[in-house]
Every structure is written in structure tokens, then in C-alpha cells.
Design a protein around this ligand. Sequence first.
Ligand SMILES: CC(C)(COP(=O)(O)OP(=O)(O)OC[C@H]1O[C@@H](n2cnc3c(N)ncnc32)[C@H](O)[C@@H]1OP(=O)(O)O)[C@@H](O)C(=O)NCCC(=O)NCCS
Length: 183
Amino acid sequence: MTIQAQAPGHELPGKPTSVSRITLSRIMTAGDTNLLGTVHGGVIMKLVDDAAGAVAGRHSGGPAVTASMDEMVFLEPVRVGDLVHVKAQVNWTGRTSMEVGVRVMAERWNESTPATRVASAYLVFTAVDESGRPRPVPPVIPETERDERRRQEAQIRRTHRLARRRAIKELRDRRTAEGMLDD
Ligand SMILES: CC(C)(COP(=O)(O)OP(=O)(O)OC[C@H]1O[C@@H](n2cnc3c(N)ncnc32)[C@H](O)[C@@H]1OP(=O)(O)O)[C@@H](O)C(=O)NCCC(=O)NCCS
């Protein structure tokens, strides 16, 4: 594997993935449930956003805002009494944005059974300055083959996000030019 410490166009020195990787853990309680009695998806989404935000802030060395959250997948219901671990790391960096990958694991709080994967998500954070304007981020340096695979997969998602945004914008511009007005 080739480790690139400084990607072309970057002025900042690179930071290894492990420098900002974190795990956020919390026990689910009765206040976290939905009407079905399992944990509300929004509770998990908030933990995911919190963990990813901490990673983005650590990697970029300052404030970073959530620009998008995609591929949030819920694989198994989470229950009251589950100890939830939210593991997050920077997968990819652009000029001012970062993709953070998050994996959510759950285990019973009082049992020593292995944790199972219950959700995962990919979020894009943009580093911002005091005025809220995008600011450059250090390139992430993958340290393992798994980090490198995640970087390559994140690049594919980035390409698709940009292509989708562009296609939708072109469609809207064309409809507007043709005089089709939305209500
Ligand atoms: C995210 C934000 C800073 C982007 O500002 P902008 O003026 O559109 O900036 P740009 O178009 O120059 O984009 C800056 C970077 O963010 C990325 N970005 C912007 N919008 C994005 C989106 N919807 N999805 C993925 N990436 C996005 C761009 O690709 C770019 O990355 P790069 O520099 O690595 O290539 C701005 O839209 C914002 O402040 N949004 C609100 C964020 C917020 O408040 N989040 C919390 C919600 S409660």
C-alpha cells in the first residue's frame, strides 16, 4: 500500500486515521424508545452525528458542520438496556470536506455476549472558519489496508454524490427554462 502524506493541492500536512478515530458508548434507557418500545432511530442518528462531528473536529483541528448524511442503514432493532458503541473514523478527505464512516454496535449492558452490528452511516462534514466559510482540511493518511479500502469506497460515494447533485440541478434548470413552475 502506498501512503501519501500530502495529496496534490493540499498545503496542510497529513494526519493518520487513528489520530481522530473515536468510540462513543451509551446505555439505552426508557427515554430513548419509540411507540413500539424499541429505541427511536433518531436517537441513534444523533449519536452517529455526535460521534462523526467529534471525529471531524479532531481531524480538521476546529469546527466542522454536517453537510450531508447518507446510507444510514438500520440492520437490527436496538433495545432498552443495550450498550451501544458508535465507532467513527475519517474515511476520505477533500479540500474542505471529509467523509466520516460510522459503525454502530450493540451488546446487552449486563451480559458478556459479543456486540452485533446494528447500524452504519456515512456523513460528510465541512470544516468551517469563524465566519462559517469552508476552510482546508489536512489529508487523511490511511494506516491499514482496511483504511485504504474505506478511502477508495468513499471516493466512489463522493463521485456519485457529485454526479447526482449535478444531474438534479441540470433537470431543475431545464424545467425552469422550459417554464415549468413548481407550486
Ligand atoms: C456545508 C456548507 C458549509 C457548505 O458551504 P458551501 O458554501 O456550499 O461550500 P462549497 O460548495 O464550497 O463546499 C465546501 C465543501 O463541502 C462539500 N459539500 C457541500 N455541500 C455538500 C453536500 N450536500 N454533500 C456533500 N458535500 C458537500 C463540497 O463538496 C466541498 O468539499 P471539498 O472542498 O472537499 O471539495 C454550508 O452548506 C452549510 O453551512 N450548511 C449548513 C451546515 C449545518 O448547519 N449543519 C448542521 C445542520 S443542523
